[in-house]
Write a protein that binds this ligand. Structure first.
Ligand SMILES: Nc1nc2c(c(=O)[nH]1)N[C@H]1C(S)=C(S)[C@@H](COP(=O)(O)O)O[C@H]1N2
Ligand SMILES: [Mo]
Length: 499
């Protein structure tokens, strides 16, 4: 009889081979995903929203690496237990592998973009894993030192080989990305360009968020485990559902359409007061309103559901997309083809709405439906159906906990109320009177607005607080609310110690 430790090792070797083979086969079958990724995706979709919020808060966007590591760890423990049980009866081993195969197949087949053969990698992996388990455990009982040594080598060797094969497949998969396709995209020069930026749009202060966020610094939020790689050649957009005239567009057809270029500030509903899940870019693309005019939504089609290639969905009020705002299918960000992680080749950008109800990346289809008939991804997880951006402001400099020298200090930050526009920003030092800050110029009401206020700082501790007022005359509320369910509220303040 083998020791428990050896049983555990055999189990892990079998699981390693199963995963490695599944990774390799998924690459060979040209699948867009592997079992580990689809199981991880199911886990992501299944975790309750509060847990996910916690994960986003703690790991920010690195939660995906944590999730994969976590999935692997749980698997290793599961495999070790199955290996030990197999020492008693091989049936336990096969049942354990079978159970995992069922989870893997279900995860792979229920993905939105799953081809009919999506089960193949998991099944191939499971068969290979079962074979290895049998090969390692069904042999004459270990008696000699040689036999024991052979077992350790066989188990360790297969595990290592599986690891290398799996990693190589992963590396190959990410190498096969669409960066070259992206570099080949020529962003059309359009007559309807964005208003040139007034020089005074940016105060250019250290620590103050620049008016235009460089692509590399733009915040990233999405539920994908691996960034979808969509080649423009394969890309199509289907506009269907409750419309008179459904339409399918290729990327080339989209590029030939009339385009606009606009500065629009994108914000995440999960942004805390004072947070940085917000950025401003120059987007170029095709007006969604034009496309909707063409497909002619039927009566009652009050929701446009945008779906990404991986099945994520957002629901946007149809009326809002047609009310004259510059909602677009964007193909370029700050003059470059969309970065892959920001939705290449095509994403949605809608001024005035949080990203979760409007900013679908790796866009695959627009389906006209009604709010009564369908709840999009985050709505199912407790977030509000409609997500207009709330009026907010943030102090960027001096930083919280900063120690500026006494004398002249410039307090500065950004304020936003997309599609309403900012009309006033006020700052208060300690419990002093509200002082009106100077507003920078803006190209439209769809962007954030920088503000500055000179302050003669006196030594000691001070609390600086900011509040903004939009063009409708509404002043940002001081009532503190968390991001869930429709965006955080409250005034941002920083504590400084003037030297
Ligand atoms: N396909 C897809 N698109 C998505 C998401 C997503 O999870 N999947 N997240 C949305 C959310 S919540 C936000 S805030 C914005 C963020 O866009 P960015 O990552 O380009 O900043 O993308 C939106 N588009
Ligand atoms: Mo978001």
């Amino acid at each position: 009889m083998l020791s428990k430790r050896n049983g555990a090792l055999a189990g892990m070797a079998a699981a390693g081979v199963a995963l490695g083979v599944a990774e390799v086969v998924s690459i060979l079958t040209g699948a867009t995903t592997s079992p580990l990724v689809s199981v991880g995706g199911v886990v992501i979709d299944a975790v309750p929203a509060p847990v996910k919020d916690f994960a986003v808060a703690v790991f920010y966007t690195y939660d995906k690496i944590a999730l994969q590591a976590g999935t692997l760890l749980i698997l290793a423990v599961f495999a070790a237990v199955v290996g030990i049980l197999s020492l008693r009866r091989m049936m336990y081993g096969y049942a354990g592998i079978g159970l995992f195969a069922v989870i893997g197949v279900l995860a792979a087949m229920t993905r939105h973009d799953a081809p009919w053969y999506a089960f193949v990698p998991t099944v191939a992996g499971a068969l290979a894993g079962a074979g290895v388990l049998r090969w390692l455990l069904v042999r004459p009982p270990i008696e000699s030192y040689e036999q024991r040594r052979f077992f350790l080598r066989a188990a360790g060797g297969t595990l290592a080989a599986a690891f290398v094969a799996g990693l190589t497949a992963r590396w190959w998969a990410t190498r096969r990305d669409v960066e070259a396709d992206r570099a080949a995209v020529r962003v059309p020069v359009v007559p309807d360009t964005a208003t040139p930026l007034p020089a005074e749009a940016d105060a250019n202060l250290p620590d103050l968020a620049p008016f235009v966020t460089p692509n590399k610094d733009f915040y990233l939020i999405d539920t994908t485990l691996v960034v979808p790689q969509v080649s423009p050649e394969d890309w199509t957009l289907r506009i269907h559902g409750r419309v008179e005239k459904p339409l399918t567009l290729t990327f080339d057809e989209l590029l030939k359409r009339p385009m606009i270029e606009r500065y629009v500030t994108l914000a995440c509903v999960s942004n805390d007061v004072g947070g940085d899940l917000i950025g401003n870019a120059k987007w170029q693309g095709v007006r969604i309103a034009d496309l909707l005019d063409e497909v002619r939504p039927k009566a009652g089609a009050d929701q446009v559901v945008s779906r990404s290639v991986d099945g994520w969905t957002a629901g946007t009020p149809t009326a809002l997309l047609r009310d004259g705002r510059d909602a677009m299918l964007a193909i370029a960000m700050n003059g470059e083809p969309l970065p892959i992680e920001h939705g290449f080749p095509v994403r949605m950008v809608v001024p005035g709405l949080y990203g979760y109800v409007s900013a679908t990346k790796w866009l695959a289809e627009l389906e006209l439906t009604s709010f009564a008939d369908f709840d999009a991804y985050w709505i199912n997880r407790g977030w509000a159906r409609e997500g207009p951006v709330k009026t907010q402001s943030r102090i960027d400099t001096p930083r919280d906990g900063g120690r500026p020298a006494a004398g002249q200090v410039v307090i500065a930050g950004v304020a936003w109320a997309q599609h309403r526009g900012i009309s006033k920003v006020e700052v208060r030092v300690d419990d002093g009177p509200w002082q009106q800050a100077k507003l920078a110029a803006v190209p439209s009401i769809d962007t954030w607005r920088q503000w500055t206020l000179p302050w003669t700082a006196t030594p000691g501790k001070h609390r600086l607080t900011v509040r903004a007022t939009d063009n409708g005359g509404d002043t940002q509320t001081d009532a503190v609310a968390p991001p869930d369910p429709d965006g955080a509220t409250g005034w941002h303040s920083v504590q400084v110690e003037v030297r």
